[in-house]
Design a protein around this ligand. Structure first.
Ligand code: PGA
Length: 244
């Protein structure tokens, strides 16, 4: 397991104010190795002020689930990177498959978001991953290479975090075999090395829970996890954070 393991909670569109507050307070009580583990919580935008005010900042750091690829302007319903930074977000998920699907986010927009994040000192967590059709048709590696190539480009990339999230694994309870995860993490690793990107990290996401996380996190090139469903449950997070 690597130094500075990143455990990223993606709360997605869950929790009201009170539920978020309760979970945040419980999370603050968990004992884990803070020298080694970075515990990142990515709530809905409207919960950021709450978490920013209520949390013991030593126990976790905040991240956002997205931000707009322009700094400001006529973009009704969107949120700017400046605002998420004002609420102490240090990380942001970028290009999650749910945003690519539901909001038709393109690799080009994701590339702009990556650039903005580097310029504004937000650590980007770029999500890549294949659909079930792409896996079954044997074109998953090409697809992920293309996502990496088109999203990353030649910009400031040191410190980039890439999360491998097979779409068919998200929220389904299915996870790829260890061999399949290793194949893709190697592909991502080699791509980032070839691009001469320094200090990068590779995460895995997709149906991670307290029963399967140990095997995944022990894989050589994996530096952390992106957790959806299980991150909403305090018992799951206790088990994961305290035995990571
Ligand atoms: P999941 O979600 O853990 O519920 O599969 C992961 C994600 O979408 O980031």
């Amino acid at each position: 397991m690597s130094q500075n393991t990143l455990i990223v909670s993606n709360w997605k569109m869950n929790f009201n104010f009170l539920q978020a507050q309760n979970l945040a307070e419980e999370l603050n009580k968990i004992n884990y190795d803070k020298k080694r583990i970075i515990n990142v919580i990515c709530p809905q935008f409207l919960l950021l002020p709450l978490l920013n005010n209520y949390l013991d900042k030593n126990n976790f750091v905040l991240g956002s689930q997205d931000f707009h690829h322009q700094l400001s302007g006529a973009y009704t319903g969107d949120t700017s990177i400046n605002l998420i930074r004002d609420f102490n977000c240090k990380y942001s998920i970028i290009g999650h498959s749910e945003r690519r699907k539901n909001h038709r986010e393109t690799n080009d927009q994701i590339k702009k978001k990556l650039k903005l994040s580097f310029e504004n000192s937000i650590k980007p967590i770029l999500c890549v991953g294949e659909s079930i059709d792409q896996r079954e048709n044997g074109i998953y590696k090409e697809h992920i290479q293309k996502q990496l190539f088109e999203c990353i480009g030649k910009q400031i990339n040191n410190g980039l975090i890439v999360a491998y999230e097979p779409i068919w694994s998200i929220g389904t309870g299915l996870t790829p075999s260890t061999k399949d995860i290793i194949e893709i993490t190697k592909l991502i690793y080699n791509f980032l090395k070839n691009e001469k990107i320094k200090d990068f990290k590779i995460l895995y996401g997709g149906s991670v829970n307290s029963l399967n996380f140990k095997e995944i996190i022990s894989l050589e090139k994996i530096n952390g996890l992106l957790i959806g469903g299980a991150s909403l449950k305090i018992d799951e997070m206790k088990k994961i954070l305290s035995s990571c």
